[in-house]
Every structure is written in structure tokens, then in C-alpha cells.
Design a protein around this ligand. Sequence first.
Ligand code: FPP
Length: 295
Amino acid sequence: MAWRQSAGTVYYKDYFMKALLESLAPGEKDWELAQAIDPSRLPAHIAIIMDGNGRWANRRRLPRVAGHKAGVGPVRSTVETCARLGVKVLTLYAFSMENWKRPRAEVDTLWRLLRFYLRKELPELQKNDIRLQAIGRLGALPPEVRRELLEAVEATSHNRGLLVNLAINYSGRTEIADAVNAILEAARTEGRLSTLRVDERLISANLYTAACPEPDLLIRTSGEMRISNFLLWQIAYAELYVTDTLWPDFTRSSLLTAVLEYQKRDRRYGGLSSAPLNGSNSKAPEELLAAFPSR
Ligand code: FPP
């Protein structure tokens, strides 16, 4: 069944939420969770470090690759739920530049799973207006994997719903270095190297994610308190949510719970609370000053 929204509604946030609620049975746990979500305060961009596949397999005395295989289902359900919620961008950390250090057989399995996912899901992505993008140094991928990935990116490039960024052969530091080199190269080509001044806006505009809002919510599964070289520049003000759930066990409920937790956060961006102020902070500045008589 297609869960894409028809376009043109003014109340598009409520409309997307309606799509999620319509896919659930009233009274079931996920329906209760979805009801509690405020559609006007959704994260525009959710980024996920999908971790714990190996541990999931170890606990079942299975080979590590069985954990990766079991991780495909949660990828599918997370994409579907984000689209139904009305999230604009979902970025999934599928393969880091450091992951090449793993045994060859494990790396090959990850490529096989990616190709399997692309082939199986492409019709659903199309039907639901989802756009796929790949971020990372794709030139190092096995040629067949790269070809199929770029074909899927091209095939979905006209879709206007959820944007799914697959981070593949990705490193946050490399992304920043690539951005700086792109800036230098453009300035050299245009003969303005001697007057070049680099600022934050220019770096942001040259990242792989240049067209995306920055992540509002960064989820990491399996309990590890690390960023692992993921979106280092972009997550400056992301809300972090770490769950002990291993990626293969990450369900729609897990995602909705993370969104609800995000909606409890008070995002201050280094300033003061945006929530109604309480206690002494609710006093006018002159009242506060009066409480501290000058010497
Ligand atoms: C980390 O778990 C996970 C990965 C390196 C790969 C993620 C891949 C998938 C979820 C499979 C399919 C992906 C797509 C996009 C179709 P880990 O192996 O480091 O787990 P561990 O820390 O428990 O060993």
C-alpha cells in the first residue's frame, strides 16, 4: 500500500502525522506514541548511527554478518516512519571510511546487503516520493555497488518527499577537508585565491550535505557514547539520543520514543531558555539588577 501523501495541503505537518496514525491501529502502543508527538515540533533532520549489529549476532551465537542482515529491516521501517511523520531528511551511517579495516568477507556482505536493499526498495521509494542521496567518497566503492547506488540516486532525483542520505565510505573529517579543498579549487580557478576568506557559511555550503538543514536529532543505538566521525560539522547543535537498543532491534516504537524524547528538550543554542521562564529568570532585567545592589 502506498503511504505517500497527496500534495497541496496547507496543513502538511498534520497531514503527514495523519498518514502515520492511519497506518496504526487505535489503542496499539505505537498509536499512543504517535498521538503524543507534536507535529509542529518535529525534527526536520534525523541522523542515525546504526550500531550493534555485531553484538546482536554474538548474543545469538550467529556470525556477525547475520547481524547486518537483521539490520536491513530497521532501515526499511525507519525510512517508512520518517516519511509518514513528515521528517524532511534522514541520514543513515551505513559504512564509515574506517569500516574497511573489517574482514573482507564482512565488508563484501555489507555491499551485498546494500545492493539487495536498493533493488528491493527502489519501487517503494518511488511510490512514496522518497529521494535517495549518497554521501561519502563513493569513488572507492566496488564499481558494481557504485553503479547501482548512483542509478538509484538518479532514479529518485525528482522525488520531493523525504530525503534519505546514505553515508557510505563516509568520514566527517574527510568531508570537511573535501569542502576546504573545493573552496580552494574554486577560488584558484576563478583567480580570487589571494583575497579568499573562508567563513562558516562557505564551509557549510561545500559539505556533502550542503542542501540539507543541519540534524536536529542524532540517534545512536547500542549504548556507545561516541560520535565516530559522523557529521562532525553539522551536529554542532543536534540533540543527542543514545539508546541501549541494538540496531537490529530498533523498531518504529524506538524511533517514535526518540522523537518524543527530542520534543522534551529545551534547545538553547548557547542562549537562554526558549520555554516559558520560571523562578528568578522570569524577573525583568531591572528586577534582577535590583536584587544585586551595587557596592
Ligand atoms: C555497525 O554495527 C553497523 C554497520 C557498520 C553497518 C550498518 C549496516 C546495516 C544496518 C545493514 C544495511 C544497511 C543498508 C543501508 C541497507 P557493528 O557491526 O559495528 O556492531 P558491533 O559494534 O556490535 O560490532
